[in-house]
Design a protein around this ligand. Structure first.
Ligand SMILES: O=c1[nH]cc([C@@H]2O[C@H](COP(=O)(O)OP(=O)(O)OP(=O)(O)O)[C@@H](O)[C@H]2O)c(=O)[nH]1
Length: 650
């Protein structure tokens, strides 16, 4: 029986469910819809960290599952389904995304995390309308997600073990099936029950209704196809290539109009435009805009928790209650408990049985004395950047120009103005830059094979984070860190213990006025973008003058024309856009940095006598160029360890 009228509208459409989940098949078949099942081969391996929210990740995975099936069917059958439906269910707790457990141990750690606490279940769904013109597949994607809040009661170890032994957790997101034995674990569920089971049926029907019965004066979205008879289940669609797919593959093969996750569908745009034109009813709730309006509060909560050293208090892994944490600060419990709960919601803390502990993310980066701590960076933003941005309007209205004292004059690179800074301020800046430098140091050190250099000089090398990575990668290399005396007087506390210390020496000096130490390889990391052209030429000509034939210059910096790598995946393109946004935001309060394009950096190196300029990336934000001074006999080969040689000069 078909209760939902919109399902009747689909009676003559060829509908495909791109899922191997028996639960999804069962739920969807309850609508009376006739559909075929073609399990997706999309490998669920999108970078979770690159998504702003867990549900954006689930939606994008659902979309890629559906697109992979649409493309495969189009290619193999030369018959295109009308509609392909994909879904992905995840569980989120304490900032972590849990999918299906890989084994019993994984199931145990998932269920232990969920024990006695509340978590969210998100199912992302993509409805892909397909049509084929001139042999090309065109797709129109509608995507949405549903959230259900589920609370587990306090469960005994024995119960968890028995439940895991039942085998039920294996193919279930978060390691439990609410519809079966797992129902015993659940104290309460707020929201759509079927959403937890794997498919938010109610929301699905509402979305179809919205698509097929749009508001008055907006004609229904017409997709004209030859009606095809609905077919029976056909799990094994042949595929000569075999294997799975990834995001880039499915988008490219489709050649369609699939948008990146989180963006509005055309139908939503049309609906909003229609309601704006006619004034019928309120426009759609602008959730993205409201998140943007509130975004600063989340940053400030993180800053405050770092300032209070909440994550340091919890670093020894003994969970503490709000009252215990409050008493360490000598503060009333109420406000502290609220801050801690906000940190839980932000994925920085976990809360179990009313006690708080650090998430992995916080243990790794927010404790002040761990190897990859970003605590210094957070404090720098709290103590300086925050104030600068509160004067943003003044900075913009005053604008650049003669006599312009930009708000951020004091915050540029250490080597420019550290003489003016108090010791505490210098130390704060060193902590901020050290954290970031450590995170990228290994990628920079291995961007090219530098093993034939025996001595390197890192100009403006600050705390020696990159020097240590170079020494670790190249045991024959002696590295000199050359920086201002007032910088080097603070670096002792940043030095790790270990063998590489013998390979490194710190030499005080000013690279504009004093002779540069001898070295085969000079390194400049994030220096040139702090200086205007005349100073850059001065510095490069000094390096070129000191560099022996066969020696090299390794240049590391951000570039303004970043577009992500060639054939960038959706993730990479998004990251590049975010880096651009970050730079643009900084440009609002700091004096405009001398951002250069990759081609400009390459030309700068060439102009100062460096040849065979090779270029690659190090992580998300940095580009690395290596140029060599020609030796009289032969050019020194440059071999990237990874990545591609994008440009080689004759
Ligand atoms: O309470 C329950 N929670 C979750 C489930 C089932 O868990 C899986 C979730 O995994 P995923 O979304 O990746 O889907 P797959 O099973 O891998 O199938 P696809 O081919 O669509 O990727 C899902 O099957 C839920 O039904 C449950 O049963 N109960």
């Amino acid at each position: 029986m078909v209760l939902c009228p919109v399902i009747r509208k689909l009676q003559h459409q060829w509908v495909v469910l791109a899922s191997a989940s028996p639960r999804r098949r069962e739920i969807l078949s309850q609508t009376g819809l006739r559909f075929e099942v073609v399990p997706s081969r999309f490998k669920e391996n999108l970078q979770k960290a690159s998504f702003p929210t867990p549900h954006a990740y689930a939606v994008e995975t659902a979309k890629q599952k559906a697109l992979e099936v649409a493309c495969r069917m189009h290619q193999k059958d030369l018959r295109t389904p009308d509609i392909v439906i994909g879904a992905d269910t995840i569980v989120t707790v304490g900032g972590l995304i849990l999918e299906k457990p890989v084994d019993k141990q994984d199931a145990y750690s998932m269920l232990s995390r969920l024990n006695g606490t509340e978590h969210s279940v998100f199912t992302g769904v993509a409805i892909v309308h397909c049509c084929s013109t001139d042999g090309r597949l065109h797709t129109e994607v509608t995507e949405f997600y549903e959230e259900t809040r589920v609370r587990f009661s306090e469960l005994s170890e024995e119960l968890l073990r028995e439940y895991i032994d039942s085998g039920e957790p294996t193919d279930k997101a978060g390691g439990y099936g609410i519809q079966a034995l797992g129902g015993m674990l659940v104290e309460s569920a707020h929201g759509d029950f079927l959403n937890v089971v794997g498919f938010p049926l109610n929301r699905f029907c509402r979305e179809l209704t919205r698509l097929y019965y749009p508001p008055p004066r907006e004609g229904p979205q017409q997709l004209t196809h030859d009606p095809l008879p609905a077919l029976d289940t056909r799990d094994n669609l042949s595929d000569a290539e075999g294997g799975g797919s990834d995001a880039a593959q499915s988008q490219e093969a489709c050649g369609g109009r699939a948008e990146a996750g989180g963006e509005r569908t055309q139908a939503e745009g049309a609906q909003e435009a229609a309601s704006n034109r006619t004034g019928d009813g309120p426009p759609p709730f602008p959730i993205g805009l409201l998140e943007l309006i509130d975004g600063f509060k989340a940053s400030k909560a993180l800053f405050t928790a770092c300032k209070l050293k909440v994550f340091d208090l919890l670093k020894d892994e003994t969970p503490l209650r709000a009252s215990e944490i409050a008493s360490r600060f000598g503060a009333p419990r109420g406000g502290v408990a609220q801050l801690l709960d906000v940190c839980v919601a932000l994925g920085l803390l976990e809360k179990t049985r009313r006690a708080y502990s650090n998430t992995d993310l916080a243990s790794r980066h927010l404790v002040s004395d761990v190897e990859y701590s970003l605590h210094g960076l957070v404090m720098h933003h709290n103590d300086h950047t925050w104030n600068l941005f509160s004067h943003l309007e003044r900075a913009i209205l005053a604008g650049p120009g003669p006599g312009h004292t930009s708000l951020g004059d004091k915050a540029t690179h250490l080597s420019q103005n550290s003489r003016d800074q108090s010791k505490e301020a210098t130390l704060g800046l060193l902590r901020a830059t050290h954290g970031l430098a450590k995170l990228t140091a290994r990628q920079v050190a291995t961007a090219f094979d530098l093993s034939w250099f025996t001595s390197a000089c890192h100009l403006g090398g600050c705390t020696g984070a990159l020097a240590h990575a170079l020494a670790r990668e190249y045991p024959r290399l002696q590295v000199t860190v050359f920086d201002l005396p007032e910088v080097l007087e603070h670096v002792a506390c940043f030095q790790p213990e270990g063998r590489q210390t013998e390979q490194i020496r710190f030499l005080p000096g000013d690279f504009f006025t004093e002779s540069l130490p001898d070295a085969d390889l000079y390194v400049l990391s994030r220096i040139l973008s702090d200086w205007e052209d005349d100073k850059v030429h001065e510095l490069l000509s000094r390096i070129s003058g000191s560099c022996k034939p066969g020696g090299g210059l390794l240049l590391v910096d951000t570039v303004w024309d970043e577009e992500g790598p060639e054939n960038a995946t959706v993730d990479e393109a998004r990251r590049a856009a975010r880096n651009g946004l970050r730079r643009a935001l900084d440009g609002l309060v700091w004096p405009p940095r001398a951002q250069r394009s990759l081609a400009e950096y390459r030309r700068l190196l060439q102009r100062h006598g460096f040849r065979d300029v090779a270029e690659t990336r190090a992580g998300d934000q940095l580009h690395v160029l290596l140029g060599t001074r020609p030796s009289p006999r032969e050019a020194v080969p440059t071999r990237p360890l990874r990545g591609r040689l994008h440009c080689r000069d004759a």
